[in-house]
Write a protein that binds this ligand. Structure first.
Ligand SMILES: Nc1ncnc2c1ncn2[C@@H]1O[C@H](COP(=O)(O)OP(=O)(O)OP(=O)(O)O)[C@@H](O)[C@H]1O
Length: 336
């Protein structure tokens, strides 16, 4: 395996179940994913399928009442622990190791940048605080790194931005400031959860370009979470399609767009507007994702699947099967 395709994070049988009064809500229900160095893994699926809980589970940010199981094997790339492997799922929640990894080796950006900032401190102070925590103990050097990072993310007037408060920035600039904060520690993994959904199309394209550029120049791996297959096409090397807390199809981006085999993926692809098909009918997926609690046995997509066969698909849980090298599908009718 070449260095750039080495494994950075191996997710094995990850589960996150919320034990509620009404029953067990299986938000993430046994997923296996491999995040490779300098690659982008896209995670796609409709609202409620478990994308965000997956990303929160990686950083152990799910509420304490949630039951987390499985392995999150991180190959450490920094500091004294470089080269070692740690299971994030086993780290105590308040451990120093977990604190170092969060925001240091693994950083996160999300849809609403205001959540990442305190409204009462300047962008510069917040950026420097993060740099002082993870990278340097010299304030002058931290300021220098902060400025360099703002330049790297394409922030206009970076000197001036250091002294501004989050509410003084436009949506796009705030998103850049959050990315600057996330990448200021040179993380080996950046988790981006719908980071461009709230932005207008032009700014969205700029932010996506920026993330792709950071992947190339800094060598960061990215987990990109979105419900938008157009964004997946632009960003991903590998793609996992999630449905009801499970991965239903997992493959490289070309195979996903040209050789998808799961009826759910096919339905998602059928719902993308395309210029070449303009005028053609856009298929939407009928029905909604069932609530992930007290589900019947069998395929989770059964109730909405056009190909479903009674007595076949609704009998037992369906395994994820490798249908060709590196292409995994959770459907008994795959390929038919
Ligand atoms: N703190 C929580 N307590 C109870 N249930 C939760 C909690 N967080 C998420 N869930 C449930 O877990 C399931 C998966 O949610 P998740 O946010 O991961 O979906 P998603 O695919 O990211 O959707 P969206 O695109 O809308 O963010 C949903 O049914 C959601 O209601």
């Amino acid at each position: 395996m070449s260095e750039e395709h080495e494994v950075l994070l191996q997710i094995k049988q990850l589960k996150t179940h919320f034990h509620l009064d009404e029953g067990i809500l299986k938000a993430v229900d046994g997923i296996d994913l491999t995040i490779k160095k300098k690659r982008t893994l896209g995670i796609v699926g409709e609202s409620g399928c478990g994308k965000s809980v997956t990303s929160q589970a990686i950083l152990r940010l799910v509420p304490e009442f949630a039951k987390l199981e499985g392995e999150l094997l991180l190959h450490r790339t920094k500091g004294n622990q470089k080269g070692e492997q740690v299971d994030l799922a086993q780290l105590p929640l308040r451990s120093k190791a977990l604190r170092e990894i969060r925001g240091g080796e693994i950083a996160m950006i999300f849809q609403e940048p205001m959540k990442a900032f305190s409204p009462i401190h300047t962008i510069g102070n917040q950026l420097m605080e993060s740099i002082l925590l993870h990278q340097s103990d010299n304030r002058k050097e931290a300021r220098h790194i902060a400025l360099g990072t703002l330049r790297k993310v394409g922030m206009s007037n970076p000197e001036q931005r250091l002294n501004e408060y989050p509410h003084q920035l436009s949506g796009g600039m705030r998103q850049r400031a959050m990315i600057a904060m996330a990448v200021s520690s040179n993380p080996s993994l950046l988790i981006a959860d719908e980071p461009t959904t709230a932005l207008d199309v032009t700014v969205q394209a700029q932010v996506l370009d920026l993330l792709n550029e950071l992947k190339e120049t800094v060598g960061t791996s990215i987990v990109f979470i979105t419900h938008d297959l157009g964004v997946i096409a632009e960003m991903s090397d590998e793609v996992a399609v999630m449905y009801l807390g499970k991965v239903v199809e997992y493959t490289d981006v070309d195979t996903l767009f040209h050789g998808a085999q799961h009826p759910y993926t096919e339905a998602l692809l059928g719902s993308i507007p395309s210029i070449s098909r303009s005028g053609a009918r856009l298929d939407t997926i009928e029905g909604t994702v069932p609530f992930p609690m007290n589900l019947p046995s069998g395929c989770g997509f059964y109730s909405r699947c056009k190909k479903a066969v009674d007595g076949v698909c609704n009998v037992a849980d369906i395994p994820l099967v490798e249908v060709s090298e590196g292409h995994y599908v959770r459907c008994l009718l795959a390929g038919q």
